[in-house]
Design a protein around this ligand. Sequence first.
Ligand code: FAD
Length: 262
Amino acid sequence: MKIVVTIKLVPNPNAEKRIDPQTKRLVRTGVETVLNPYDEYALEAALQLKERAGGDTTVTIFSMVPDSLKEGLRRALAMGADDAVVLSDEALEGSDVSATAFAMAAALRTLTFDLLVVGGLTDDSSTGAVPGALAEHLGLPCITNARKVDIKGDGIEVERETDSGYQTVHGPLPALLTTALTFGEPRYASLKGIMGAKKKSIASISLQDLALDRPVGASGSKTELRSFAPPPVRGKGQVVEANDGLSGAQAIFDFLASKRLV
Ligand SMILES: Cc1cc2nc3c(=O)[nH]c(=O)nc-3n(C[C@H](O)[C@H](O)[C@H](O)COP(=O)(O)OP(=O)(O)OC[C@H]3O[C@@H](n4cnc5c(N)ncnc54)[C@H](O)[C@@H]3O)c2cc1C
């Protein structure tokens, strides 16, 4: 079984983010790049499946990323993925969601896989629109928000996290799966994994290899960022002092009741 996991490299979520007022794009230079945290859950799901399926099951990482940053994927290889493929091309710069998903789908078509595991969201742009667009371009059934997945017969059985509980669904393969944050904590890379990752392959695909029939990058992007503003500064909190737990609880209850929250 061949599993491909999409991983976006994003600016460290703890770093202060800045948008360049000229280009209206997120400033990525000078900021540490890390694996998109949501994608670590997708990788964890794939690695768990690989462990259970055994045999010749492989996990390949796919990322659309500038060539200069691709080494950031070594961490995913150290966690246990077998190899990585990147789509890198300067002409992809400025791609919006539509152009990104179109280019990613074209590159993914060059790989053979039974299951494509995609994180539900990115930490930097957070549209959550890429998985559905990929499924549409690739003609794959899309099962979202998985908290558990297993191979059943010639398909997959998935527990999907919902607002009120979970659903169990069955789908054929090949399929696209997105993972929920309840899948289970992503594993740490072991020292052996870190050493082994140095020798694993990161292959590159460029736009020339894909012969796309529509433009991508800034010229192929119809989305325009018109304006942006920092979030409003948080107002001062209200401190309630109480002599004991009971009067503290009462004060909290009165406060919530005054806001009609209880
Ligand atoms: C006008 C415009 C210009 C932009 N220019 C740039 C730019 O120059 N550089 C830039 O980096 N971004 C740019 N962006 C942002 C870029 O379009 C989005 O980051 C991209 O479309 C993915 O959307 P998302 O991050 O919201 O993904 P989501 O839909 O939130 O992601 C869901 C999942 O899709 C997968 N995924 C998404 N993107 C990738 C990827 N690149 N590689 C592998 N897996 C992925 C991940 O598994 C992720 O968990 C631009 C956006 C706009 C609107």
